[in-house]
Design a protein around this ligand. Sequence first.
Ligand code: GLU
Length: 472
Amino acid sequence: MTTKIRTRIAPSPTGFLHLGTARTALYSWAYARHFGGEFVLRIEDTDVARSTQNSVDQILASMQWLGLDYDEGPIYQMQRLSRYKEVLDLLIAKGKAYYCYSTPEELEATREAKRARGEKTLYDGRWRPAPGKTLPHVPDGVQPVVRFCNPVDGEVSWDDLVKGPITINNREIDDLIIVRADGIPTYNFAVVVDDWDMQISHVFRGDEHINNTPWQINIFKALGAPLPLFGHCPVILGDDGQKLSKRRGAVSVTAYEEGGYLPEAMLNYLARLGWSHGDDELFSQEQLVAWFDGSHLNKSPAQWDPAKLLWVNAHYIKQADSNRLAPLVATQLTRLGVKLEPAVVESHLPKVCGLLKDRCDTTIALAHWAAKFYADVTPEASELQQHVTDAVRPSIALLAEKLAACPWDRASIAAAIKEVLAASGLKMPQLAMPVRVLVMGTAQTPSLDAVLELCDREKVILRLKGVGLVGL
Ligand code: GLU
């Protein structure tokens, strides 16, 4: 029997979409797409105190930004409480789950005693029913939790899609709480009911969940539900070798979107971080889907490499259509305090992007360059001194005169520059460097005629005359 490939991502809406979750989402999505299956988005919002709508919105926006389209969802766990109750009743009826009235204080006291004896601090089974066993008297006023009757013998084994065969002895794990006193299911129970109901065939997730999987497998078995296959992806480490965390820099997809990265660059970089296809470093979403069959996933943790991500992003910025870059750069310009008219964003900014995109690794870098065309620039005093010498001033003045009169296109500007060079005997850099410093605030720019063509003529002339410049 062939089962339909169905994968899912199940983020908890307690913050932004974390890079690790985004990567697992990407693998789950690519796996489903590769095999013509389906990809489901489930919002695991049973931690009511920490889940927020704002976080849900951010997660959905990040998924959309990355181009991870889903076939079903978002499905909210909090809207499925009656289904969990139904399955719970089934487990209780089968004798696979039971109410536990132990108070937190009692549990802690038992744990303490076990610790003192050097034993594992597993639940002591006080409320677990067994043939011939008399259970304690049900105390008044205590809201019970429900525990799963974990098998006491045997072992749980699965062939992990990433890590290979894993076996855990049932004696190592205890009777987990599956429904809290407030009636809300815990993660390990809700996730099983959902993966079962949603007919998930393959579960890719972070390896922080590896310890949960034996419980989940036991619950699947207790329900007589078919088991999905599991693949646990190792954590992502920061460049200091520690787990990537907020304290060590940006960990959310949103931060990278705001930081001037393109979604295809994030997608490419995230996919490669923990998976490989030969030596390929740069690949499209289509290639990822064509290649991603669940093999070649790394067993060991990947290290986040900001420099490599910048390199990947620079590649995609260079490739991107300038009309697409312009609104992204306009957003970054607004953050820098430079507000452009929509008409400028539509017609002029794309040209600026086209001129500069091959020297920028983020849209923020591109915005810093673009700002030189739309806002005041302040050249360094040392650069002014170095390049704008008395010897070159007359030629700059002559260029200002010629530029005031010539048609404003690249060829005419180039001709004006040539005429000044011929009249003055200066070499191109001797004239171009001071002009760049005066107009753009830096001596390093693309070809001067191309830069000037995109500048406002009046502004160029004023700047060449040194108007508004301190230190001249
Ligand atoms: N809500 C869990 C998390 O965000 C999902 C884990 C799973 O995929 O099973 O870590």
